[in-house]
Design a protein around this ligand. Structure first.
Ligand code: G6P
Length: 611
């Protein structure tokens, strides 16, 4: 969360920084700001609200200069107002900094600075750090040394970029816990929180590691080193996606584009891996842990948000196909309760961004206790991808909409293959493996059939856009889908929504049901179909309004539900993949009808790099 950009090179910095901020805005949009080193002054424009407000009111792109930094903020310390917006400067306004993360001991440092006579304009931890760097610069006379010295005293997380009028040909970046990518162009550098702000300038990048810094110079030279001043030698890598992957491509919102991308992104998740004729799958990234998987006594899946919902589906898949006990843990809970883990355990971390602070902390805890940690991550080169022992990339391409859609179905794609892979090595018959593999291969075409119904789903959405509560119910494999459907609606439409196992309805939620309560049932034909049908009757008997996700041609459901959205039949274990798509569309159209900012829902951020 929080997007940061820095530019040093021959071009005007401000327009490049503003464009970069727009690309990064999904990381936070409480306020935005830019600082350009112009001759011997720092010129700063910053303001509460989105980058578009900054452009309209401050026109930062007009500030001349070829070195600068910018920031789009998700507020942690202090209100999201103009004063607290980044960049922040030191006491005499000669050093500016943007920061992503939290300085946990900022009050201790602040006290020291207050005692030394320094004053502060904002309530932020960031200002404390840059004032501290400024004080050290006065003593040491060297910007890099001042930054390094300050960072030694810092507890917490940071991705920072620092510029100064004292050294107008240098830009310094450092990270611990918050991602930073250094783009290397022709005698120019662009540093950003992620590659999406860099790709229109260069495809050559270095992903900085934790506790590493980059010092770049106007003459084109640069060094990467640890904060302890030991040189590091990071390989220059090529950005893997194309520019159009991070553009809306004619869609009104990124979320809608990403929903429609799913037949392709899903296929990319099994391409080159699935072997339908053998009823098996090849997962190259797991070869080093294959023996462990064969003998593991249990698997723990840890994740947050939508990724946690994918983990719940993973539990059902692994227990069914591989007959191995699985626990699914919220990463934030897992790490703080001194979990019982040993060297025989496998821990799987699922994360779109690969940067979620809680998930990262959970895998560090698991590794410390000797477990083997596997990552299922979308963003290539991300911290979780790097810190896990082995892994499987999702290959969903950049996901920009804050509410996760295509990454979720890609997580299910990878989890299904993982369960098949582990299942086959632990006795799942080839014939069953073939059925699963063939069903998986057929999913993209079936997804198209659902997307073709978008107009009908939109009509249902319009009828319920004014509802104040929603209930989502499903059983078995479809219970996590109910949770995910409710989360999508909450996130982008701000309607209160709950997901429940359908049979649990009678233990509480049934008290809420009346004519004003839309209830979304995921009621596909499986072994508990009849039971779900009874649950629907119970809701109808209390005048609840039923929107059912059912299989194509299901007359029974059509007779009892108020609305039916039909999805094609598939292997029961793969139903969540198909059933989640109409729920994404339902949430999307409801949110649009309510005038909500679908791609940037209030208070949320795409990548939560603070605890
Ligand atoms: C945030 C996002 C969610 C996401 C969750 C986990 O809350 O808004 O969409 O599911 O983080 O993120 P991850 O990148 O680890 O999957």
């Amino acid at each position: 969360m929080c997007g940061i950009v820095g530019y040093l090179g021959p071009q005007q910095a401000a327009p490049i920084i503003v464009n970069g901020l727009k690309r990064l805005e999904y990381r936070g949009y409480d306020s935005a700001g830019v600082c350009i080193v112009a001759e011997d002054t720092l010129r700063i424009g910053k303001q509460a609200g989105k980058v578009a407000n900054l452009e309209r009111d401050v026109n930062p792109a007009a500030i001349p200069g070829t070195l600068g930094i910018g920031h789009t903020r998700w507020a942690t310390h202090g209100l999201p107002n103009d004063v607290n917006a980044h960049p922040h400067t030191n006491a005499d306004g000669t050093i500016a900094m943007v920061h992503n993360g939290i300085i946990e001991n900022y009050l201790t440092i602040k006290k020291k600075l207050l005692n030394a006579g320094y004053t502060f304009r904002s309530e932020t931890d960031t200002e404390v750090l840059v004032v501290f760097i400024g004080m050290l610069y006065q003593q040491l006379g060297d910007l890099e040394l001042a930054v390094r010295t300050a960072l030694h005293e810092v507890e917490g997380t940071f991705g920072i970029v620092v510029v100064s009028t004292h050294e107008p040909d240098t830009m310094i970046a450092a990270r611990r816990g918050s991602p930073l990518v250094l783009g290397i162009g022709q005698q120019e550098f662009i540093i950003a929180s992620d590659a999406s702000a860099i790709i229109s300038h260069t495809r050559q990048v270095i992903y900085l590691h934790d506790n590493e810094m980059a010092v770049v110079h106007r003459n084109g030279s640069f060094t990467t080193k640890t904060i302890g001043n030991e040189k590091t030698h990071n390989a220059i890598q090529e950005i893997e996606f194309e520019l159009d992957a991070i553009e809306k491509g004619g869609f009104e919102h990124f979320m809608l584009k990403e929903i429609y991308e799913q037949p392709n992104t899903f296929r990319d998740g099994f391409r080159g891996r699935l072997q339908p004729s053998e009823g098996n799958v090849r997962l190259g990234g797991l070869s080093s842990v294959a023996d462990k998987l064969r003998t593991a006594k249990r698997i723990i899946i840890t994740a947050c948000g939508t990724s946690w919902h994918a983990g719940l589906v993973g539990e059902y898949l692994l227990e069914q196909f591989a007959r191995i006990p699985v626990e699914v843990e919220y990463a934030s809970e897992f790490r703080y309760r001194n979990p019982i883990i040993d060297a025989d355990d496998i821990v799987i971390a699922i994360s779109q961004s690969g940067e979620t602070a809680d998930t990262l902390a959970a895998i560090r805890e698991a590794k410390m206790k000797g477990a083997t940690v596997i990552g299922m991550v979308n963003v290539v080169g991300s911290t979780i991808a790097r810190e896990t022992d082995a892994g499987v990339y999702l290959h969903a391409g950049p996901e920009i909409g804050v509410a996760s859609t295509k990454a979720f179905t890609s997580q299910l794609c990878v989890l299904t293959q993982f369960a098949l892979y582990v299942g086959r090595m632990r006795g799942l018959p080839a014939a069953e493996g073939r059925q699963i593999a063939e069903a998986l291969e057929a999913i993209p075409d079936r997804m198209h059939r659902i997307l073709e119904q978008a107009d009908g789903i939109r009509e249902i959405a319009l009828a319920y856009a004014n509802a104040t509560n929603f209930l989502y119910l499903g059983r078995g494999y479809n219970f996590p889908v109910a949770l995910e459907g409710a989360l999508k609606l909450k996130e982008i439409s701000y309607i209160h929504a709950e997901g429940y196992p359908a049979a649990e309805m009678k233990h509480g939620p049934i008290a809420l049901i009346d004519a004003n309560m839309p209830v979304v049932f995921i009621a596909t034909r499986d072994e508990i179909y009849d039971k779900v049908l009874s649950n629907i009757e119970e809701v109808r008997a209390r005048n609840g309004r039923v929107i059912a996700i059912a299989n194509e041609g299901d007359e029974h459901i059509a007779a009892v539900a108020n609305h039916v959205i039909a999805i094609p039949e598939t292997h029961p274990a793969l139903t969540p993949i198909l059933a989640s798509i109409p729920l994404q569309l339902l949430a999307y159209y409801i949110a649009v009808e309510r005038g909500c900012n679908v791609d940037m829902p209030r208070n949320l951020a795409k990548s939560v790099t603070v605890e």
